[in-house]
Design a protein. Sequence first.
Lengths: 486, 379
Amino acid sequence: MTAAYHWLFVPLTLGLAMAMAIMETLYVVKKDEFWKKAAKFWIKLFAINFAVGIATGIILEFEFGTNWSNYSWFVGDMFGAPLAIEGILAFFMEATFFAVMFFGWEKVSPKFHLASTWLTGIGATISAYWILVANGWMQNPVGTTFNPDTVRSEMASAAAFWQVISNPVAVSKFCHSVTSGWVTGGIFVVGVSAWYLLKNRHIEFAKRSMLIGVIVGLVGSGAVMLSGDSSGVHAAEFQPMKLAAAEGLKDGGKRASFTIIPGVKIPGMLSVLATHKLDGFVPGINDILNGYTDDEGNVIPSVADKMAMGREALDALATYRERKDSDPAAAAAALEVLRANERYMGYGHLEKPEDIVPPVGVVFWAFRLMIGFGMLIALVLLLCAIGLWKDKLGSWKWLLWAGIICIPLAYITGQCGWIVAEVGRQPWTIQGILPVNVAISSLSAAAVKTTFFVFLAVFALFLVIEIRILLGAIRKGPDFVEPEKR
Amino acid sequence: MTYEFLQNYWWCLIALLGGLLVALMFVQGANLHLGNRKLSDLQKRVILNSTGRKWELTFTTLVTFGGAFFASFPLFYSTSFGGAYWVWVLLLITFVFQAVSYEFQNKKENLLGVKSFRIALMVNGFLAPFLVGTAVGTFFTGSDFTVNKLAIADPSSPVISVWGNGWHGLDALGQYHAVLLGCALVFLTAILGALFVLSNVDDDEIHSESRRSIKVATGPFLLFFLTWTVILLVRQGYAVSDTGVVSLEKFKYLHNLLQMPAVLVMLLAGVVLVLWGIWKGGFTKSRKGFWLAAPGTVLVVMAVFFLAGFNGTAYYPSCADLQSSLTIRDSSSSLFTLKVMSWVSLLIPFVLAYIVFAWRAMDKKRISGEEISGTPDKY
């Protein structure tokens, strides 16, 4: 929940950072005061957004500890290194250079200032990478060894560390999130510029800004589609249940068809998307519940079997820890049982097989909205590019309106993506290892609810204020005496 | 590099981050002065912009402090944050408000008005040092929790760290010894804030007000801090044997101080620097007191962390079940993780260097009322 809120503010930070850094580069390279003023305007909007972004970010970090106590112990060892790197490399970079960027126009040289603007953006991007390494690991826990003495996942070797940081899920997630941030930032610049064009204000500024916005947005759109495709393949490989839910696929098979909306299907398409093979086998929800054989001939046991093995592993763990000192032989035997079954240990916490099915309707529709709006935004960006090129924007009022409308749509798209990724993996906090009901702190439901609603109210308030201030700043416009009307 | 060495190394880094965090809370301390009635609106705005260029550093240090604890001593993170829940949640809320208050307060569309955001900054100015101080205070008084790693194998109650009472951390307010440290920290950060403003701002009236507040805050600071120290040295402490068994030892922290002369020297040097800084800032014409008191603060806080964790001491003791107490040895990350993080930590000097560079570039010229009225780049 907090994560989704945070994600409201992050994409704009990433995308706008790109746009304004490009503008300022133009200023420094071309020595054109125009771009300095343009960059300054967008940085002002950036700052308003940034404040709320870090405010929600800090909650997110500490919430791991406060509300997910067991989880923090269990994964502390896996996340330690990525998060330490994030803190040291990225956070300080962002914080230090943000201050220079915001206040330093008159205080430091243009080049130093430019470097600061880039570093703020780069810092934000690096931090996104490391946090998604952590998130990617939860989706596809690689490079981990369960240590029965400390009762947690541990990272045991350099190879394991490398597996964690080069986790394919993390890499495609990173590309997908960051470039979708560019789309958001791009469409934000485009939409705001479109509004100026509609109001016949700051025409030159709006056109030039829009060009930058279109470029950032289109590059982002292309990359989002590519990385989205590989995200789909990874989901098929590591989280088949998520894919099945996103597709509403009850019974899978070879040449599985892709549902555009219920009732409209493209035969075989899903197999192509998910496995890049026409004959690829895509398991449906029932296949996963009852067990199936995949394309490579591996037999995947049914969830009931996995649960039984998981329980055996948990019992063996208890026996091991009880006998460790008193009866080494029994402990060694227990350890062997544990090792044989540990890959399904998480299933031992489940009550019934159906627990592993996420809310299908939510995931299904979120996935459709994400793709639909994403395509729409890309189309609008493309049309804007054509409009700019042919200099027809003045008469294409409908397109300008579409540009404005796309700003909220971009946010909805991002949130839908978040829902697919995070709701789609329920009940697991760590795929196959730790379900949500075991990840928690021992707090009363009332305490958790109170905090939840307090934060909800606080952030809703901030969101309203932020939007008001943003609108105010946009209405006021950049710092020009409008001589540039042509 | 042995496991033990790495664990100690990371405890040192945690202590360093803690020290930097407290020293950087001059931002919070300075914001307390926003309530001073003798200052005009413009003067308040000058102070706001003076700390406004630094608050991200404090905030980031807090985040990194939490992150480093998570990464190097995850059992502390899960036990304390999930257990002493309300203390941390309260702290976070004040910081959340602080983060947006700078950006929002002088915007006309902010719904709540300048005043509410100023009050939010002052609430944070008081509660942040108070809560952090009290939380660190419990490193010596102990808290009410139990740790049972086997719990995770028991589906009916899988939580490893369990807090013993419904107050979830607010119980620390009943530990007068911990509260003393919280109070001491409030006055210390107020002093540091005044010293910082003195060095960073060009305005005679603000200067004389800062000097006055330094004089006012020094008495209570010394009272709270010295009382806390004396009680610390005579109280029972939580000792750990080589086999990991925790027991109560009389005068444990006094013993620690005497058995680790380096820590004793650090503590004394730190206290001397802080007092010297106060003297220079509050009682002479000099404006550089901050640069003595801030490093002094770092040294004192580090010494306090060393007393809590080194020399066979449980740094996060449990008064509910002695053997649940957390020690540097049994609450850390695995050998390999610590190793990787230690390599990464070699970048810290580089990070510090660019922070110093940017700081100096930004503060070449002191902030004045004219600047704030003249520039659009401000809060």
